[in-house]
Design a protein around this ligand. Structure first.
Ligand SMILES: NC(=O)c1ccc[n+]([C@@H]2O[C@H](COP(=O)([O-])OP(=O)(O)OC[C@H]3O[C@@H](n4cnc5c(N)ncnc54)[C@H](O)[C@@H]3O)[C@@H](O)[C@H]2O)c1
Length: 523
């Protein structure tokens, strides 16, 4: 099917961007809005975006004129009668979308495609309201549409194969990467992103870690470009709650039920950047970022201890890798010019318990008679953090027990700073901080693959191109090691009793070496 003439209904945030993408790919675009006022506002939005490209040298004046000339404002839906494809980008309300589609049914040729850009409504419900439901697929662009390369092409049980093929080919022609999925809440990207963000909000709410430590754990510990609480502020807490509610209705379970704090902040009007405050405050002077500086750096003013006692994890609390880490830590500390004793009876001011991701500081600290001086130290999945291997400063998790003194925690912060590592503090809970966030997220991705909903490549393409991940979840799993994933998830499942953390059979297969973890398409 040859698509030359397209229509865009709704020229708001997404519609203006989508119209720009079409026009830049050489298609003739007719843009329709609710009324003359919103139409001219939408056209100016598009125009501003093109002019920005000219001012940045990305478009010449002639190219600008040519692209802008391909966009025709249409005063009413009737002006779309010649279109081969129309995409509706009106607000996320089923009734509004259905009304637009039935109007389009009246004016379009029966062979024309009516695509929907819905993020969370059922494409099937939208299509079912059309006279030609076989020609109503989802074409889900990401914000900002001219920049983000992912398009989720959503088919329903009613979609004609030729329609899916035409929309997939069109997405490629637009310079995007299509991922073909069935109609299921959240498709791939939102269904993976939102429960992970929700989990981060819940960790903050339950005082697992501070706001800044949660965000730092993700950027420095996993290498994602933005922390989850900052990202919730960017997406909008109200929008996030709305998408989570849709996911919760479809899938149930603790991963999707919105964290109470998300609702409280929304009720309080703290919906994120757009309202000036969410998890962070955004001042007018610094609209791009948090107004308050991050938490005080945990490097602290405490002097670096001259001698440190290092306690191995108790036998049985972890196999080989556990004690390897303790030995590695001992040599790192020694290399930084700090003496290490393994004898808990030595009167040092700081006792480091080289815990695994299961946690458990209090037991060994009490057994050694040093509960007040003991701090757990865990180096989570090395090599995932920002920077390439070897350049990354590494991240350490410091874990206090209920009996750990402030003085010991400060001394441990100074020690870790001397080792040249970043530090986050975590409650002593299974998975600790980086592992809890990372592996629960990867588990959702593995479950989606195991369900047959998408492929490992689909997961990684969606998250790299739709959410800006430097590497997709399957690639992260391959790099972190599926055995580590089973270990951390197993600890979380035992600790919380929540089936949402149970290692799925496919992960156990990967861990047992029965089949390799597909590397995915992470860049
Ligand atoms: N904002 C995002 O990040 C994002 C990302 C992906 C998908 N989406 C989806 O895109 C759609 C639009 O979202 P948005 O953020 O661009 O919303 P928006 O409010 O910025 O834009 C919607 C536009 O539709 C216009 N409109 C309303 N009724 C209309 C009608 N009957 N006929 C023509 N135009 C009409 C409005 O005037 C407005 O300009 C939603 O379905 C949303 O879920 C949004």
């Amino acid at each position: 099917m040859d698509i030359r003439e397209v229509g865009v209904v709704g020229l708001g945030t997404m519609g203006a961007g989508i119209a720009e993408v079409f026009a830049r790919a050489g298609l003739r675009v007719t843009a329709v809005e609710a009324d003359a006022g919103t139409l001219s506002a939408g056209v100016s939005l598009l125009d501003r975006s093109l002019r920005k490209l000219v001012s940045r040298g990305r478009l010449t004046q002639d190219e600008y004129a040519e692209i802008a000339g391909r966009v025709r404002p249409g005063p009413a839906i009737a002006t779309l009668s010649g279109a081969d494809l129309v995409i509706e980008v009106v607000p996320e309300q089923l009734a509004v979308k259905r009304a637009v589609i039935s109007e389009l049914d009246q004016v379009l040729r029966p062979s024309a495609i009516i695509a929907t850009n819905t993020s969370s409504l059922s494409v099937t419900s939208i299509a079912a309201g059309s006279a030609h439901p076989g020609r109503v697929p989802g074409m889900h662009f990401f914000n900002p549409a001219p920049v983000m390369r992912l398009v989720e092409v959503v088919t329903t049980v009613l979609t004609e194969p030729a329609t899916a093929a035409a929309v997939t080919a069109l997405a490629t022609r637009l310079g995007k990467t299509p991922v073909l999925v069935n109609d299921r809440a959240g498709f791939v990207a939102n269904a993976l992103l939102l429960p992970y963000l929700n989990h981060a909000a819940r960790l903050f709410e339950t005082k697992h870690a501070t706001r800044d430590d949660i965000d730092l754990a993700v950027t420095a510990g996993i290498g994602l470009p933005m922390g989850p609480l900052a990202l919730l502020d960017l997406i909008g807490l109200d929008t996030s709650v709305a998408i989570l509610e849709v996911l919760a209705r479809e899938f149930g379970g603790t991963r999707y039920a919105p964290a109470p704090l998300l609702r409280r902040l929304t009720d309080a009007g703290r919906t994120g950047r757009k309202s000036g405050a969410g998890f962070y405050e955004y001042s007018e002077e610094r609209p791009g970022g948090p107004a308050r500086p991050p938490d005080e750096d945990h490097a602290d003013l405490s002097p670096v201890p001259g001698t440190v006692t290092l306690i191995d994890p108790p036998a049985g609390a972890g196999a080989g890798p556990h004690s390897d880490r303790a030995a590695e830590l001992a040599s790192q500390i020694a290399a930084a010019g700090i003496s290490v004793t393994r004898n808990p009876a030595h009167a040092t001011e700081l006792v480091i318990v080289a815990i695994g991701p299961e946690g458990g500081v209090l037991g060994p600290a009490t057994a050694a008679g040093r509960a007040a001086d003991a701090v757990g130290l865990h180096l989570p999945v090395p090599g995932l953090g920002s920077g390439t291997a070897g350049q990354s400063p590494g991240l350490a998790e410091l874990v206090r027990s209920p009996l750990t003194s402030d003085r010991a925690l400060a001394a441990a912060g100074a020690l870790v700073a001397r080792l040249g590592m970043r530090v986050v503090r975590s409650a002593d809970r299974p998975g600790l901080l980086v592992g809890a966030l990372l592996f629960a997220h990867l588990r959702d991705a593995i479950a989606m693959v195991a369900d047959g909903y998408t492929t490992p490549e689909g997961v990684d393409t969606a998250m790299t191109l739709g959410c800006g991940y430097p590497r997709g979840p399957m690639r992260l799993l391959a790099d972190a090691g599926p055995q580590e994933a089973v270990r951390v998830l197993g600890a979380m499942h035992r600790g919380y009793g929540d089936p949402a953390f149970a290692p799925p059979p496919l992960l156990r297969d990967y861990a047992a070496g029965g089949q390799p973890v597909p590397g995915g398409t992470g860049t």
